[in-house]
Ligand binder design. Sequence first.
Ligand code: MEV
Length: 451
Amino acid sequence: MLYLFTYFILQKMIKPVKGFSKLTKEEKVSWVVSSFFNDNPKAESIIKRYWNDDHELQQLHDEFIENTISNYYLPFGIAPNFLINGKLFAIPMAIEESSVVAAASKAAKFWLDRGGFKTEVLSTTKIGQVHFMYNGDKSKLESFFSEVKAKLISDAKPITKNMEKRGGGIIAIELVNKTAALDNYYQLHCSFETMDAMGANFINSCLEQFAKTFKGEAKKFNAFSETEKDIEIVMSILSNYVPDCIVRASVSCPVSELNEDEGVSPNEFAKKFVRAVQIAQVEPYRAVTHNKGIMNGVDAVVLATGNDFRAVEAGVHAYASRNGSYSSLTYATIENGIFKFWIELPLALGTVGGLTNLHPLVKLALEMLEKPSAKELMQIIAVAGLAQNFGALRSLTTTGIQKGHMKMHLMNILNQMGASADEKKQIAAYFEGKTIVHNDVVAKFNELRAL
Ligand code: MEV
């Protein structure tokens, strides 16, 4: 009933709009305000409040996407004191969730005094595929592929030339028979090295060229029948599954050096921590949340450095399921009195191209990280993920997550209620050492206002 009512209202309200993209920004705003907010000036003022007075900067943002009407801000924070392979970093993070930056900073500080983080890039290969249908003799297709392979590569030279100068390019092209899964379905399964570029444009351009050459040459291949000559290219696209673009980050220290400050002995803490990781390895419900916490750190740096967090998310979660069951990205052991904790995850990143040269804050973030190569950025981001997981598991297995979380959340509640700086100070002092419950905060705020 409610659904039907909402549907009816929406039907009345939203009318199809023609040529929306051709409207000016002002006209788009007017359309939104009149269609959804009954011409309420408040709606217009919210949209415009986020416009930047710097016209050049605003135009830059307007042109990142289509139909821009405003900017959507996220906090841009810094987690300092990350010692990575003996070098200190302050890591920029763009994220809205309270306590993520605080947890990262706390974990960084903790490991700073215990040798810091060690990292290693294990592989950097990226994948793209030309998906096609071929109805005919498989061995003839194989002969055709052997014959055309060199031309696939040479026809793509104009695209690969520059990448080759930088040390990258096409690594391999394989013909894959997928007919057991789907009738007539084959692939050109291609691997690439894209150096400091994320490589999406490079890979997709190469693939589209491969597809063109492949289809064109098939028409001229004498051994093919007329049906066989008619290869249907379905699509050419990179894969965001990058199980051969892997980075590892780790920390370790004697168990005796693990903290005692949360009311548990180092030994007890280490054992419980390892158990928590083991649970995430065998229990998908827990693994998803465990990895979500890791992605709090990963995504925040991916965003701050102008990378594609959707690509990273898709690839990471597919990797976490690679053995047939969704599992933890981190591992922990205690051996001979040494606690070891590490992460392995796929990260397809770029430090050139895309937003990296365009977005002033992204440029600044990369400069703060001393203009890292893609490989260096992989390592920094893996560390951010590991640190986040360390912080989450440390809280979960000791005090519980809500203590720290609600402390940060207190400010969000108070901001929502429009508390002044002085009210925030007084209320924060009142809740020091107490459990923070939303209703109690509201009650305290009202009590203060009533004075
Ligand atoms: C919250 O954003 C992330 C955690 O749930 C992660 C975890 O449970 O490991 C705290």
